[in-house]
Structure formats: C-alpha cells, structure tokens
Design a binder for this molecule. Structure first.
Ligand code: E4P
Length: 221
C-alpha cells in the first residue's frame, strides 16, 4: 500500500520524505488556505511554487481544481498537469467533475476524484477513467456512518471488474486507519502530518532501546 501525506506544507513533506518511504502528497483548497491565512498560499504563483517543491520530493502530488464547471476544471487541470509530470489533477465528484475526468483520461492526464462518499460514486469515477478515487472515511465516521465499510464495499466491487483506478483511503484520523486500509488491500492511504508522525512510535520500542543502551553503558570500560 502506498502512503501519502495529506498536507500543503512543504516542510512537513520534506521531513516525512526524508524517512525514505513517502509515496505522494494530497493537497486540497482547505489545506492550502490553512498554510496562509492572508491568502498568500492560494495565489496562483505561490500554489504553483508549493506544488513544484513537493514534486521534487515525491512522485505523486494531487493539486485540486477550484472551478466548478467542466470547462473551467479542464482549463485549470491542463495548466496544473503541465507544471510537472508528478502532478495529479484532483477533481470533485460531481457530474461536471466526471466530464472533466473523462476528458483528462483521454488526454493521458492523471486524476484523483475527491469527495467520494458512496460506492455508486466510486463506480462512476472509475468508469470515467479516474486514476485515483478518494473516499473520505473520517467524514463518514463523523456522522455515524461506517467509513472503512465503504472501502471494503468499493474493493469488493473492484474484485469483480478490471478497474485500474486506485482506491485512496482519505480523511483518516488515527494510525489504526492505516492498518485497516492495508488489511482490506486499499492501494493508497493518505494521512495528516500528526497521524503520520505517530506511525513509527511504540512505548516498548522506546523502553527497549533505553534498556539496551543502559546495559551497554553499564559494562563499558
Ligand atoms: C484527501 O485528499 C483530503 O485532502 C483529506 O483526506 C480530507 O480529510 P479531512 O476530512 O480530514 O479534511
């Protein structure tokens, strides 16, 4: 399973990429806005710079269009895709979005269909030619639904057909989500920085290492 970082912060991407196993980054307009409350990060020049810096660090960077009509999405998406070969154009799961995805698919431009909340939406996006779909599990859990259940259902459907579309588990909230996504065979899981930072930790690892080093020191001449 590929692991992505869900952020618009280049320093965070650089830090996690330095561990040697980061496969990609997902950004969205809210994450971009969070990095610059004065609006600086969502200016076209700064957004492009951010995406390009991330493209130097990882092989797959999702950049979301903000147009809501297919023509506007296609215009923005073509521009993003021309920035760097690592860019994946992120498109919302709407009928306008599906039209844009179908266009991009024919042009060989990679897409990530975001805001997927049902298997029916997942099937439509795959049929339109999406490279990736992003079901948001945390937001479903937040309203009392079963987010990971949706991933299981989508992967069950995928077993029946030859969809090449990768299933990216999005809106994750804690490390257990990564394990559950992997057990189900999801292709990608994206994690916020604070969740990613928790993954390598275990109290027994810390205590074990402390004891090893203390024992080593105790017999040193
Ligand atoms: C994925 O691509 C999205 O950016 C993200 O996972 C949304 O997560 P949230 O529900 O925590 O905002």
């Amino acid at each position: 399973m590929k692991l992505f970082l869900d952020t618009a912060n280049v320093a965070q991407v650089s830090e996690i990429a330095s561990w040697g196993m980061l496969d990609g980054v997902t950004t969205n307009p809210s994450l971009v806005a969070k990095e610059g409350k004065d609006g600086s990060t969502s200016s076209p020049q700064v957004f492009k710079k951010t995406v390009l810096e991330m493209c130097k660090l990882v092989p797959c960077v999702s950049a979301q269009v903000t147009a809501v009509d297919s023509e506007g999405m296609i215009k923005q998406g073509k521009e993003y895709a021309a920035w760097h070969k690592h860019v994946v154009v992120k498109v919302p799961m709407t009928t306008e979005g599906l039209k844009a995805v179908s266009f991009f698919s024919k042009k060989g431009i990679k897409t990530n269909v975001t805001l997927v909340f049902s298997s029916a939406q997942a099937i439509l996006a795959a049929k339109a030619g999406a490279t990736i779909i992003s079901p948001f599990i945390g937001r479903l859990d937040d309203q009392g639904e079963d987010g990971m259940g949706l991933i299981a259902e989508i992967l069950e459907v995928w077993e029946n057909y030859q969809f090449k579309t990768e299933v990216l588990v999005a809106s994750t909230r804690h490390p257990r989500h990564v394990v559950d996504a992997a057990r189900l065979g999801a292709h990608i899981c994206t994690l916020p920085y604070d969740v990613f930072k928790k993954l390598p930790n275990h109290a027994l690892t810390d205590n074990g290492l402390k004891k090893f080093l203390a024992d080593w020191e105790s017999v040193k001449k």
